[in-house]
Design a protein around this ligand. Structure first.
Ligand code: NDP
Ligand code: KAL
Length: 257
């Protein structure tokens, strides 16, 4: 067994720009020799994704638009991927969304629409995408998603996204049970705060980071490449006995009371 992912193909969903956690994962998989397939939702991010992928030396990446709120878009994307490459060996789901006005104030005021939107995009999409990807993972493989501590504990302002992450965390376990018989493993990485486009303009990010620097066991914030390398581990054979797991890549912050 070795760490190389040469000859393997992975779908990376959710690169918006160079700060995206998905981009950290893409770089780690690329460095390990994997072939990459990128999906993006918003047309406006297509150029950004293509430009970033162009910077990966020797990478022959493919690109597809996929809006996870649309079943047809998901089905078409994976059918197209099957036509173009045949087999895939794994998938990184790095997608979440909630309306900005529901990510502050009192959780009690969460609207039905806001609740459903957050759960639709941030939680249900994992199951929808896993179902579409399964036929392409005929040699077995790995699925990784991204979660956050706010799904386990109350974190100010995370609100409806915390409830959606709790649902995502449970989905990881149920999907691990469903797909294990096909040698497909399903795991999540609970990342510490990283300043991405999603994190922009919501909550008081500076004070959250300061708290991590003062109280997390490693006394430093989480980086994109730390999450990328753990995703690489979870998508490689080195984690072949691991499924239904949530690994915290957060400088150890989750153990602090
Ligand atoms: P980014 O803003 O870089 O990525 C979020 C991605 O979600 C975007 O690429 C966006 O695509 C995609 N997305 C939103 N709606 C849809 C949709 N309908 N269909 C398909 N894609 C969609 O932020 P991050 O890298 O921070 O977020 C990635 C994941 O990491 C999320 O699940 C987030 O909750 C999680 N996470 C982030 C942490 C952090 O501190 N940053 C900490 C813990 C977890 P588009 O813009 O094209 O719509
Ligand atoms: C407690 C924290 C502080 C921030 C509070 C809430 C963060 C929620 C994350 C969620 C994914 C953010 C959004 O949905 C933002 C969205 O409303 C507006 N932004 C966009 O539409 C941009 C353009 C696109 C690219 O973003 C998306 N998502 O599509 C949580 C911090 C400490 C940790 C974080 C940021 C966790 C996390 O889940 O991202």
């Amino acid at each position: 067994m070795n760490f190389s992912l040469e000859g393997r193909t992975y779908v990376v969903m959710g690169v918006a720009n160079k700060r995206s956690i998905a981009w950290g994962i893409a770089q780690s998989l690329h460095n390990a020799g994997a072939r990459l397939i990128f999906t993006y939702a918003a047309e406006r991010f297509e150029k950004s994704v293509r430009d970033l992928a162009d910077s990966l030396e020797g990478q022959d990446a493919l690109f597809y638009q996929c809006d996870v709120t649309d079943d047809e878009s998901i089905t078409e994307t994976f059918q197209q991927i099957q036509n173009d490459v045949g087999t895939i060996h794994g998938l990184a789901h790095c997608i979440a969304f909630a309306n900005k006005d529901e990510l502050k104030g009192d959780f009690l005021n969460t609207s039905r629409d806001g609740f459903l939107t957050a759960h639709n995009i941030s939680s249900y999409s994992l199951t929808a995408v896993a179902r579409a990807a399964q036929p392409l993972m005929s040699e077995g493989g790995g699925i990784v998603t991204l979660t956050y501590l706010g799904g386990e504990r109350v974190v100010p302002n995370y609100n409806v996204m915390g409830v959606a992450k709790a649902s995502l965390d449970a989905s990881v376990k149920y999907l691990a049970e469903s797909l294990g018989q096909h040698s497909i493993r399903v795991n999540a990485i609970s990342a510490g705060p990283i300043r991405t486009l999603s994190a922009k303009g919501v909550g008081d990010f500076n004070s959250i980071l300061k708290d991590i620097e003062e109280r997390a066991p490693l006394r430093r914030p989480t980086t994109q490449d730390e999450v990328g390398d753990t995703a690489y581990f979870l998508l490689s054979d080195f984690s072949r006995g691991v499924t239904g797991e949530i690994i915290h890549v957060d400088s150890g912050f989750h153990i602090i009371g």
